[in-house]
Design a protein around this ligand. Structure first.
Ligand code: PLP
Length: 377
């Protein structure tokens, strides 16, 4: 059997990872400034994480959600404390798309409505809220099964308000920072007005923090830069440092009932052990603070480099936009300088390194990045 060929691949086989470095099968070392789309939060193969996973795997990997699993409770308590959402409840799933699907479902059950507002250039996984992110018609295709999704411009509060006052919108879904769409940060005032407008109209506000959450922005959640408290928050990616685990944080206004939501794999013993280990390491190593500090430094230094159109970001979620395609630049970073980066669209380099990135690694990257830019002019 062949693999279903949906991913364009670099001709590199990664066989090992340590902290912010990965190694290919020839032993070549790479600096990882992408972490597989913001997944590697505490660094590759962190010894504490590896130990906790191995210990748990020896005991039990999975049973089912029909028996008590104290690891789920421990995870919920630790996540509540780390994020400042101790009064919210946690529903566990295995991916970002699943987290958003369940958020939409819950919003729809709660309001009895099915219309959803999302934003241009948003990405919420291959969900009912679909994608509006690329010019590729194959990906843009809406997948609205049951939900009628209306797209608005980010930061255009008047257009959103006009829609909300009709009273037929079940949820507004918005990323803390748009990732796939190009590192676009919602204005603080816009988020505050959006939150107020949702409350006034009985609309559920869903913050998709799948990519921007878990300390990436220099706060636990990106929306916390705007001091708002959404009704539902979705997380995944950095939550398990590579182990597939996602979560839906649910405000106390939602009432749980048996059978309302459900999943087979979500909240397995091994998934919880991974997610608990991530939170333990984030706390012990002050990784949210490190993300803010190293992110500020990188953004400040990148803004001094000539030839860049714009540097956008918060913490270690950074977009570097050029006037032209970054294809060659990215390839040169990877194959000549041995640095993994990501892209958004054709003109933006996207940095999503592990949150433990050191100042030394940041300086190393900046030097190589300047070299590559100079080599290409
Ligand atoms: N939401 C956001 C903001 C994302 O960036 C992604 C993935 O890139 C998703 C949801 C979907 O997550 P998953 O691929 O785990 O389903």
């Amino acid at each position: 059997m062949n693999l279903f060929d949906v991913y364009p691949l670099f001709d590199i086989e990664i066989t090992k990872g340590i902290s912010c470095r990965t190694y290919d099968k020839q032993g070549m070392e790479y600096l990882d400034l992408y972490g597989g789309h913001a997944v590697i939060s505490i660094g590759h193969s962190h010894p504490y994480y590896v130990q906790k996973l191995a210990q748990q795997a020896e005991k039990i990997v999975f049973y089912s959600n029909s028996v008590i699993n104290k690891l789920q409770t421990e995870l919920a308590q630790k996540l509540g404390k780390a994020s400042g959402y101790e009064d919210y409840s946690l529903f566990l799933i295995s991916s970002g798309a699943e987290a958003n699907e369940n958020a939409l479902k819950l919003a729809s059950f709660h309001t009895g409505r099915t219309k959803v507002i999302a934003f241009e250039k948003s990405f919420h996984g291959r969900t009912s809220a679909a994608v509006r992110v690329t010019n590729n018609p194959k990906i843009v295709a809406p997948i609205n099964e049951g939900f009628d999704v209306e797209f608005h411009q980010l930061n255009d509060i008047e257009s959103v308000r006009k829609s909300l006052i009709k009273g037929d919108v079940c949820a507004v879904i918005i990323e803390g920072i748009q990732g796939v769409g190009g590192i676009n940060i919602p204005d603080k005032l816009f988020l505050q007005q959006l939150s107020a407008a949702c409350k006034e109209t009985g609309t559920i506000l869903i913050l998709d923090e799948v990519q921007s959450g878990y300390g990436r922005s220099g706060k636990f959640f990106a929306h916390q830069h705007a001091d708002i408290r959404p009704d539902l928050i979705t997380v995944a990616k950095g939550m398990g440092n590579g182990f597939p685990v996602g979560g839906l944080l649910i405000s106390p206004m939602f009432e749980a009932s048996y059978g309302l939501l459900g999943t087979t794999f979500g909240g397995s013993h091994l998934a919880c052990a991974a997610a608990i280990a991530v939170l333990d390491v984030m706390k012990a190593e002050n990784l949210v603070e490190n993300s803010r500090k190293i992110g500020d430094y990188l953004i400040e230094e990148l803004r001094k480099i000539d030839g860049i159109k714009e540097v956008r970001g918060l913490g270690l979620m950074i977009g570097i936009e050029f006037d032209k395609s970054v294809n060659l630049l990215r390839k040169s970073l990877l194959f000549d300088k041995k640095i993994f980066t990501g892209v958004s669209g054709s003109n933006i380099i996207r940095l999503l390194p592990p949150l433990c990135l050191s100042k030394q690694d940041a300086v190393f990257f900046l030097n190589k990045f300047r070299e590559v830019i100079n080599e290409q002019v």
